[in-house]
Structure formats: structure tokens, C-alpha cells
Design a protein. Structure first.
Ligand code: NAP
Length: 472
């Protein structure tokens, strides 16, 4: 895949870049390694100062950054601006919480026959981040903010269709005050990932992307015995039970499916509706999907812009065609328009059967599959009946059902009567083929820390503190 900005609204290539040479990659890794040796010796307060400065830059430059994102991958300008603001908040969150998250944790010294025993969290070194285009700023920031605050350095291999966003991230951290090499963008294709991750100076990798990319990186990391966090695809269920507030559920379902032009890993993709309310929900949902405004993502009134790539649009169209050819019913949309750019309309498809691609595959576009079930047990069976387990939603006013859904949905998160989203305060990640490890919260920060056990016999070494509170 060439490294280029191509406007998805028109299909026009606006800017292309040569991939970095082997020598340039080696030099970048060397700078990341040197920067790590320097960064791990700084205090949390110093790093927090730089991270807060990054947040201020994001706020100050929000509109221009958002414009670049919209031009590169087609999300609405309004959504892009909200993404920049969310990133600034995450920078401030980790600047403010790093001291608590990295503080030494005292253990029961007597139980382990020590004078003192505790757990210390320390950085591990340069971490490779392989990132997707769909939230081109947020996906990177939720790795970068905790990683840099912990004292690690970051090497970003961003998706090949968002090079300008990738470059502005490196520039942002440098201008915020982080040393040269603390955060580096590598303009490389996915074929360079093996070489980079195999380099002994690179200590770990995080990938957000497809299942195929996850398997590939996990294989390399397995061979090299390196830690990985994998945030992969999802086909989130959105279950609607008879006691649900149907008007609210249908409205939120529309946003949950079509946010980011339908290209979110945690978008609700399979709408599993109890037969008692199926017809009523289907009518409201189809009407709300049909009412969405598709158009220029820079316009304030637009709800849904183009898909990010031609390949992605063809994939979605292929999945819908497969369903229709095998007997599914289209309630709304379902026809690829004949125009420049990579457009696909909000679509609702029902009468799906297990042999159809839409039953088992992730659909990365504004296309909803509607499933009818006749009991709680059947709802759980359909909801859990895919290889994915990222997010999940259940709509019910029944407290007993709410408790059961929280336990029975086989996913990394369960949102009851609300849409799945991510918060810096809460862990984020999946089970099954949606990946492993967690981002965000304290857990995300510690994924790339050495969780070090310290056992002290003899004289006490003084009060427990934290690795980042003093230079190493
Ligand atoms: P993708 O093709 O896997 O691309 C993601 C990143 O991985 C890009 O930087 C890509 O580089 C790189 N890559 C692709 N194949 C690779 C390989 N074999 N080895 C090493 N790197 C490789 O994903 P996508 O289709 O663009 O993005 C959509 C997918 O990401 C969906 O499945 C979505 O659900 C998932 N996603 C998951 C989360 C989450 O948090 N779980 C969040 C967002 C998206 P190139 O661009 O150069 O190919």
C-alpha cells in the first residue's frame, strides 16, 4: 500500500510519501533508544509538564488538525474536532494520574519474610505502535499518553493512508517539550514491521487493527519473545429486550452503527431484537437510518461521510451483495452509489442466515444486521456466536436481566442502556479474536511497564515511593 493522503470524498491523491529507507529506520530506532535512556531518568512532574503542553497544543490547533483528519480518512469535521478534544483530555488525564498509577504498591512484608516488600512499575523501552486510520489521533494518543508518562518511548507505524496525521503527532510531542526520539513517526509500509519489531532495541508492540495484522504481529512477537497488546476487530451485539425504551434504543442504535461513517471497532454491528418488539424496533431503526444525511464530511449538517478507502467500500458492498444474493432482505439502503469517492449509504439488512458473510464477519461501514430472537437465552447465543468479543450493548429496564447480561455477554465490555465508548478512566480491550491486553486506565499504562517485585531483608531501605518520582 502506498503511503499517501487520498481524499475519500473524491478519490483524488493529494500527497504521497516515499517510505523510509533501512538506514533511516535504524537511525530512528537508535534515537528512540537513546531518548528512552534519558526519559526514564526524568520525573513524573517533568513528563506531566510536557504532556499538559501537548494537550494545550491540541486544543489550540484543534480545527486545523481536524481538517487534516477529515481530508485523509473522511470522518465528519465535527467528529474530528471532538476526537482532538478527547485526545487533549486523555493527555491531561495521564499527566494527572501517572503518579498514582506508577506509585510503588506495598505488599505484606511479614507474609514474605521481608523487612519490606513492594511492587514497582518501571518503563521498559521503545515500544512499536502499529495503528489504524479510523480514529487516527485517538488510537495513537491512548497508547502514547500513558506510554510516555511511564517513561517509555514510542515508534509509530501509522496506517499508510493517514501520513499527515502521523507526522503531526511526532511534531506535537516534540513541540510540547519531549526530547528528540521520545515519539517518532516511521513512514513505512506493513512489510517493515518484522524488521522493526525484531530489532533488540524495540521492546514491545501494540497493534490496533484487523485480525490478520494481529496474527502477523503476534507471530513475530512470539518468535522474538516480546510483549504485545492487540486491539483487533469486533462485531458488537446490540440486544434489545421487551422492556427497553425503544425510541431511545433506536436512536442510539443509529449513532452506534453509523458513528465514524460506520468504521469503528466498537460500533454496534449486529442488532439482536426480541420478537415481542422486533417489528416496532425495526420500523423506528430503519426510519432513523434512512433520515441520516450523507454528504460532504466538512459540512456541519452531515451525519455520514464516505468510507476511508476504496478497498473498504468494496468489502462492505461485497458483504451486502452476498447477503442479498442468499435471500436477505434490505430494509434501507443497500445500493452503492455511482459517483466519485467511496460512498456507501446507511443500510439495514434482515433475514440473515449463518452461511452469509454478514452473519460471521465484521462489517466496517454503515450497515446494520437485524436479528430476531425469541428469548434471553437465544439472544445470548446469537450475541456470543461470533469469533469476536470486543464490546457489547444490551437494552433492558429489567434489573435482573441487566445483571445477567453483564455476566453472560462474552466481550471486553458491556454497556447497558447506552452506547459503547472508551474513557481514559476505564480499561478497553477484547476477548477471543478481538485481541488481548488492555488499553486505558491504570491497566493500559502498566501493560508496557516492568512490574518489578522488590523484596528487602535486613535494614529498611526507606519509605515506599515510585520509580518515576526520582531519577533512576
Ligand atoms: P489493518 O489493515 O489491520 O491496518 C491497521 C494497521 O496495521 C495499519 O498500520 C496497517 O498498515 C498495519 N498492518 C496491516 N497488515 C499488517 C501486517 N500483516 N503486519 C503488520 N502490520 C500490518 O486494519 P484496517 O482494516 O485498516 O482497520 C480496521 C480494523 O481495525 C478493523 O478490524 C477494526 O475493528 C480494527 N480496529 C480495532 C480497534 C480496537 O481498539 N480493537 C480500534 C480501531 C480499529 P498499512 O496501512 O500500511 O497496511
Amino acid at each position: 500500500m502506498s503511503i499517501a493522503t487520498t481524499n475519500p470524498s473524491t478519490g483524488q491523491v493529494l500527497k504521497s510519501y516515499d517510505p523510509m529507507s533501512a538506514e533511516q529506520i535504524d537511525a530512528a530506532i537508535e534515537r528512540a533508544d537513546l531518548a528512552y535512556r534519558q526519559l526514564r531518568g526524568t520525573t513524573i512532574e517533568q513528563r506531566a509538564g510536557w504532556m499538559n503542553a501537548a494537550a494545550d497544543l491540541l486544543d489550540a490547533e484543534r480545527d486545523e488538525i481536524a481538517r487534516i483528519m477529515t481530508t485523509e480518512m473522511g470522518k465528519t469535521y465535527a467528529a474530528a474536532k471532538a476526537e482532538v478534544t478527547k485526545c487533549a483530555a486523555a493527555c491531561r488525564f495521564y499527566a494527572g494520574h501517572a503518579a498514582a498509577y506508577l506509585a510503588d504498591e506495598p505488599a505484606d512484608a511479614a507474609a514474605v519474610k521481608a523487612r519490606q516488600a513492594f511492587i514497582r512499575y518501571q518503563p521498559i523501552g521503545p515500544v512499536l505502535a502499529v495503528m489504524p486510520w479510523n480514529f487516527p489521533l485517538w488510537q495513537v494518543m491512548r497508547f502514547a499518553a500513558p506510554a510516555l508518562m511511564a517513561g517509555n518511548t514510542g515508534l509509530l507505524k501509522h496506517a499508510s493512508n493517514v501520513p499527515q496525521t502521523a507526522l503531526l503527532l511526532e511534531d506535537l510531542f516534540r513541540r510540547a517539550g519531549f526530547a528528540e526520539g521520545a515519539f517518532t513517526t516511521l513512514l513505512v509500509g506493513s512489510d517493515a514491521v518484522d524488521t522493526i519489531l525484531s530489532d533488540p532495541r524495540v521492546r514491545a508492540a501494540t497493534l490496533t487493527g484487523s485480525e490478520g495484522a494481529g496474527r502477523s504481529i503476534a507471530q513475530i512477537a512470539g518468535r522474538e519473545l516480546k510483549k504485545t497488546v492487540l486491539e483487533l476487530g469486533g462485531s458488537d451485539p446490540f440486544v434489545v429486550m421487551p422492556s427497553a425504551d425503544l425510541d431511545r434504543a433506536a436512536q442510539v442504535a443509529t449513532t452506534a452503527r453509523c458513528q465514524n461513517n460506520g468504521q469503528s471497532c466498537i460500533a454496534a454491528k449486529r442488532f439482536i431484537v426480541h420478537t415481542d418488539v422486533f417489528d416496532a424496533f425495526a420500523e423506528k431503526f430503519a426510519a432513523a437510518m434512512a433520515a441520516l444525511r450523507v454528504g460532504d464530511p466538512m459540512d456541519d449538517g452531515t451525519d455520514v461521510g464516505p468510507l476511508a478507502t476504496e478497498r473498504g467500500r468494496d468489502e462492505v458492498n461485497g458483504q451486502v451483495r452476498d447477503a442479498v444474493e442468499n435471500g436477505a432482505t434490505v430494509l434501507v439502503g443497500g445500493e452503492q452509489p455511482d459517483q466519485d469517492g467511496w460512498w456507501y449509504p446507511p443500510t439495514v439488512v434482515t433475514d440473515l442466515t449463518p452461511e452469509m458473510r454478514m452473519w460471521r464477519e465484521e462489517v466496517f461501514g454503515p450497515v446494520a444486521g437485524l436479528f430476531r430472537v425469541s428469548s434471553y437465552e437465544e439472544a445470548i447465543e446469537v450475541a456470543n456466536g461470533t469469533s469476536f468479543g470486543l464490546g457489547s450493548n444490551a437494552w433492558t429496564q429489567d434489573p435482573d436481566e441487566q445483571r445477567r447480561f453483564a455476566t453472560d455477554l462474552d466481550a471486553g465490555n458491556v454497556f447497558i442502556n447506552g452506547m459503547t465508548t472508551s474513557f481514559p478512566e476505564l480499561p478497553f480491550g477484547g476477548v477471543k479474536n478481538s485481541g488481548y491486553g488492555r488499553e486505558l486506565s491504570a491497566l493500559g499504562m502498566r501493560e508496557f511497564c516492568n512490574t518489578k517485585t522488590v523484596w528487602v531483608g535486613g535494614d529498611d531501605i526507606g519509605p515506599v515511593g515510585s520509580a518515576g518520582a526520582h531519577a533512576e
